[in-house]
Design a protein around this ligand. Structure first.
Ligand code: PMP
Length: 388
């Protein structure tokens, strides 16, 4: 006898897939649990040495409870100052900034507060895989732009139904950092068509010293059409703490705040208190590690090139989006075989859009250089073994 069926789920869920990257990472956990040694080039984070939080001296009565649903005032002040000092974007911490449980939630709340059912949201491939799913959860329609389309050609994807454009700067998985000219063009496009521009800047610290990072919000200091989203997850190496934030016009923040109040109440108070107190100290601690990771990323780009494996242009983050070259396999089959035959885990490009099925994402944030080299050798061997 089969398991009895529960009540039917909503039709909305039929249009939502599981995150492919998480599917692969679950496979890694299962294989590791059965004693396999897996070269893990699939994780969406870099492992840093971060000191364990020490709460001595904190007011414990405050730590254990709900806190301000806009975010702890002191943490908001720190974050506003960060954007002002780093990128010259003035931010009013009392009205223009909202802290919540991770930037994933922040992006979703921002979309929920702005997208009408049936509205189109333009997402650029390779996209971060939650963007289309989140647009669908808001009953909007993601409009995908293939990876080889220039930002300057985006206008042809704008229709009377277009409501927003989401960009990820720097980009996961390519490592691309948007130029000032590209951002200016996007702002002009947003202005011309009355669109919202959402800039996801979760990896903003992961740029080389030579790269000029421009925040998406810089060209729109009044925040008339821009929502800037960021996170402590990657820059501080604390993805499990679940603290992210957004910067927007005060009227929009007031709307998004309602969603936050009804969905999560507030970001984890205990961690927000700790972050507010140790804000500068913690980022000073991770910055050198971030720089080492970015340098490693660019060294690995060289190793891939030596092996004849091309990557999409980019120099930031800890990801590389590598071409499958002459292999005839689709990216999902390639990644599955690579894992089963060589114990090397990458994320198939198809997770980042249909135009990306000839690529795989390689993350260099959690493995040693020797093991990354082993991974690259296995990728090369599988490409050769599956040539057309
Ligand atoms: N944006 C991008 C581009 C990401 O890669 C991630 C996490 N992988 C997030 C947002 C979400 O990060 P978090 O919810 O941990 O802040």
């Amino acid at each position: 006898m089969g398991i009895p069926e529960p009540i039917r789920h909503s039709r909305l869920m039929d249009g939502i897939d599981q995150a492919i990257s998480i599917k692969y990472n679950n496979l890694v956990y299962e294989l590791k649990a059965t004693g396999h040694d897996i070269v893990t080039l699939s994780l969406g984070e870099a492992f840093f040495d971060v000191p364990a939080p020490d709460f001595a001296g904190f007011d414990t009565a405050q730590l254990h409870h709900y806190s301000h649903s806009r975010g702890l005032p002191e943490l908001r002040r720190r974050l506003a100052k960060y954007y002002e000092d780093q990128f010259g974007l003035p931010v009013d911490p009392d009205h223009e900034l909202l802290v919540t449980a991770g930037s994933k939630a922040a992006i979703y709340m921002a979309l929920l507060a702005t997208v009408e059912p049936g509205d189109e949201v333009v997402v650029l491939e390779p996209f971060w895989l939650s963007y289309p799913a989140q647009v669908r959860l808001c009953r909007g329609k993601p409009v995908m732009v293939p990876h080889d389309v220039s930002v300057f050609d985006l206008e042809r994807y704008v229709t009377p139904r277009t409501r927003a454009i989401i960009i990820n700067n720097p980009n996961n998985p390519s490592g691309w950092v948007y130029s000032e000219a590209e951002l200016t063009f996007l702002h002009e496009l947003a202005d011309r068509h009355g669109l919202l521009l959402v800039g996801d800047e979760a990896y903003n610290e992961f740029v080389t010293p030579e790269t000029k990072f421009v925040t998406c919000g810089a060209a729109d200091p009044e925040k008339l059409h821009t929502i800037t989203v960021n996170s402590m997850s990657k820059n501080y190496g604390i993805s499990g703490w679940r603290i992210g934030y957004l910067i927007a016009h005060r009227n929009l923040v007031d709307q998004i705040l309602k969603v936050n109040q009804h969905l999560v109440t507030c970001a984890p108070t205990i961690l927000a208190c700790y972050l507010a107190e140790r804000f500068d100290e913690l980022i000073e601690h991770t910055r050198p590690q971030i720089q080492q990771t970015v340098a490693m990323r660019n060294e690995v780009a060289g190793w891939l090139a030596e092996e004849g494996i091309a990557t999409l242009p980019g120099s930031a983050t800890f990801y590389l989006f590598a071409s499958l070259g002459s292999s005839t396999l689709g990216s999902d089959e390639f990644a599955t075989r690579l894992l089963r035959e060589s114990g090397v885990c990458v994320v198939p490009g198809i997770a980042y859009g249909d135009s990306c099925d000839r690529h795989i994402r390689i993350s260099v944030g959690t493995e040693s250089p020797e093991r990354i080299r082993r991974g690259i050798a296995a990728i090369r061997r599988l490409i050769d073994a599956t040539k057309g």
